[in-house]
Design a protein around this ligand. Sequence first.
Ligand SMILES: Cc1cc2nc3c(=O)[nH]c(=O)nc-3n(C[C@H](O)[C@H](O)[C@H](O)COP(=O)(O)OP(=O)(O)OC[C@H]3O[C@@H](n4cnc5c(N)ncnc54)[C@H](O)[C@@H]3O)c2cc1C
Ligand SMILES: *[C@@H]1O[C@H](CO)[C@@H](O)[C@H](O)[C@H]1NC(C)=O
Ligand SMILES: *[C@@H]1O[C@H](CO)[C@@H](O)[C@H](O)[C@H]1NC(C)=O
Ligand SMILES: *[C@@H]1O[C@H](CO)[C@@H](O)[C@H](O)[C@H]1NC(C)=O
Ligand SMILES: *[C@@H]1O[C@H](CO)[C@@H](O)[C@H](O)[C@H]1NC(C)=O
Ligand SMILES: *[C@@H]1O[C@H](CO)[C@@H](O)[C@H](O)[C@H]1NC(C)=O
Ligand SMILES: *[C@@H]1O[C@H](CO)[C@@H](O)[C@H](O)[C@H]1NC(C)=O
Ligand SMILES: *[C@@H]1O[C@H](CO)[C@@H](O)[C@H](O)[C@H]1NC(C)=O
Ligand SMILES: *[C@@H]1O[C@H](CO)[C@@H](O)[C@H](O)[C@H]1NC(C)=O
Ligand SMILES: *[C@@H]1O[C@H](CO)[C@@H](O)[C@H](O)[C@H]1NC(C)=O
Length: 491
Amino acid sequence: MFSYLYIIYFFIITIHASSYFSKCPEEDSLRECLDQYHIKGLINFRDNVMAYNNDINFEFNKRIIHFPVAFVHPIDEIDVQSAVKCAIKLNFPITARSGGHSPEGYGLGDKDCYLVVDLRTLNKTTVSITSQTAIVGTGNTLGSLYKELQQYIFAFPAGDSPSVGVGGHMPGGGIGFLNRKFGISSDNILDAQIVLANGTVVYNSKKYPELLWAIRGAGNAGYGIITSLTIKIYPIQKIISSVQLEYDFDHIPSIFSAINQLGSNLHQNLTFTIDFVASQTVVRGIYLGSASELQSCIQEFIKLSRPKRVSYIENDFYNLIINNQEKNDNSKRNKTSEVFKLKSFFINSSGLSYEGIKYWMRFAKSFKCPITTSIVLLGGGRVNEIRRNETAFVHRGFLYLLELVVTLQSEICIQELEIFSKNFQQNYTNFESYQNYVDRNLDNWQCRYYGKNFEKLVEIKQKYDPYNLFHWNQSIPTNTNISCNDIDTTG
Ligand SMILES: Cc1cc2nc3c(=O)[nH]c(=O)nc-3n(C[C@H](O)[C@H](O)[C@H](O)COP(=O)(O)OP(=O)(O)OC[C@H]3O[C@@H](n4cnc5c(N)ncnc54)[C@H](O)[C@@H]3O)c2cc1C
Ligand SMILES: *[C@@H]1O[C@H](CO)[C@@H](O)[C@H](O)[C@H]1NC(C)=O
Ligand SMILES: *[C@@H]1O[C@H](CO)[C@@H](O)[C@H](O)[C@H]1NC(C)=O
Ligand SMILES: *[C@@H]1O[C@H](CO)[C@@H](O)[C@H](O)[C@H]1NC(C)=O
Ligand SMILES: *[C@@H]1O[C@H](CO)[C@@H](O)[C@H](O)[C@H]1NC(C)=O
Ligand SMILES: *[C@@H]1O[C@H](CO)[C@@H](O)[C@H](O)[C@H]1NC(C)=O
Ligand SMILES: *[C@@H]1O[C@H](CO)[C@@H](O)[C@H](O)[C@H]1NC(C)=O
Ligand SMILES: *[C@@H]1O[C@H](CO)[C@@H](O)[C@H](O)[C@H]1NC(C)=O
Ligand SMILES: *[C@@H]1O[C@H](CO)[C@@H](O)[C@H](O)[C@H]1NC(C)=O
Ligand SMILES: *[C@@H]1O[C@H](CO)[C@@H](O)[C@H](O)[C@H]1NC(C)=O
């Protein structure tokens, strides 16, 4: 036991020592270049151990950590431009990080020694009530955005985790509460400010319709560094309501039966998620309206699924989202503690079949690592009223998104998860996967994330980043011989 611990200890020290104190290729030239451009924000190289460490630790998932050459903390788009210009000059790998929630740590690149532009400092939000829009710095979190909008009694459709970053989330989709009423985040991007691979700051990407098309679904996949987004925001009621339904594990088939039957027909003002954690199953809904209206629109669902407890809360949107989060904190924390792996599956309009449910339940019961399954209802909502090629976000027409989050305790868990996921996807779910839940083990990710839109995305990449300055394992490439046209996405 002692010697085993000793080896681990030794190993960690070695990694740290070599990563913190060794130099990256061309590091001196990079320092010189960044100096010449007079970047106003902080720059933390490895020898600035404390600050560099804090920047590393900001990364949410500790499963894969690459050690960058440095973190640049720009104070404006000109600082970002300077960093990009140095990357161009030295052909230095460069990447953007906003909230640090990439499941594969792509905000740090896909190997050591990237130059990371950390956008947390660009966190301004400007709300225009008259035009019902907001200009949001990509360094905001969803929590800070919701909070700001609440002051005006406005809301925005995005994910339910307050610490997720605007910059990585919205341009890749953004699925969560309100998606059935208002669509997903990327549907509501009207414009963007972006620093391109040739070092130009584009202040209004809507002047480049193709670029805007790409940013709405693939804007976190290598078209540049987005410094702010102009989004459409929505006035809502001051007081809205939420519902929580609780079930035992053996009740799961009846929950699926209810969601498969009624999901698409539920009122568009209602969006709900289902979390299956250990032996607990909880349905949580957010409804734009009063609790008594919510009660009547969810009555049929309750009758069919027979929860053991039902509770309603009325409050403002911000408090309901945050409260939900805090109540949920224990399960969320376990579900996303330190080292995790994510898998996503789209389920078509018939819903997951009985055999599919059984297959997944058997796996969840026997699996050795902590696992959480979540479902977000999409069917019958605004998200499905938009055509598959209208934006780069292709996934339309599904009843729900099903995601698995596994806290990894051993390699065996990864292997079992991979085998299960392959079979599950092949036999019971759609071919597509959600690009915001990036997964480096996924085969055919180009077609799974982007479907038929992939080829057009490659053409646009060619135009705006011909030398592939912004690149990592799952960024859009500058050329391809992959064609996603033949894939049937209805089955
Ligand atoms: C705990 C947790 C909860 C989540 N909940 C939801 C949810 O409810 N709904 C949902 O849809 N998704 C959810 N996600 C997924 C999340 O939307 C994506 O992981 C998203 O990409 C994270 O954005 P970020 O800015 O926090 O991450 P980062 O790691 O900073 O960035 C993610 C990717 O985007 C790129 N990027 C970041 N900023 C920019 C920028 N300014 N310009 C260009 N590219 C950029 C990065 O290079 C990286 O490749 C969740 C993830 C986690 C870990
Ligand atoms: C923006 O970032 C600064 C620090 O860089 C912080 O003090 C401030 O609270 C942040 N604002 C919001 C809205 O999060
Ligand atoms: C950079 O690319 C954009 C888009 O193609 C173009 O409009 C702009 O003129 C280019 N800038 C330079 C300096 O070449
Ligand atoms: C649905 O939500 C919208 C926007 O908040 C609101 O105007 C409308 O009255 C709601 N409809 C019902 C039936 O609650
Ligand atoms: C979360 O993890 C803690 C400790 O690892 C455990 O005691 C607790 O039961 C877990 N909670 C859930 C909901 O799984
Ligand atoms: C989407 O496809 C339809 C035909 O299927 C075509 O008419 C339309 O122009 C396309 N839209 C875009 C934005 O490419
Ligand atoms: C599902 O598909 C795999 C191939 O991916 C196959 O081997 C397996 O038998 C199928 N059936 C089930 C129930 O997993
Ligand atoms: C990702 O890219 C790096 C090189 O940048 C490579 O070493 C690694 O094997 C790749 N990982 C996968 C899963 O393809
Ligand atoms: C094209 O396909 C071949 C195999 O079919 C592969 O080896 C090659 O790398 C591919 N090229 C590109 C650019 O994807
Ligand atoms: C949905 O998927 C199932 C199983 O893959 C398939 O049998 C069914 O035909 C699909 N339904 C639709 C409407 O595409």
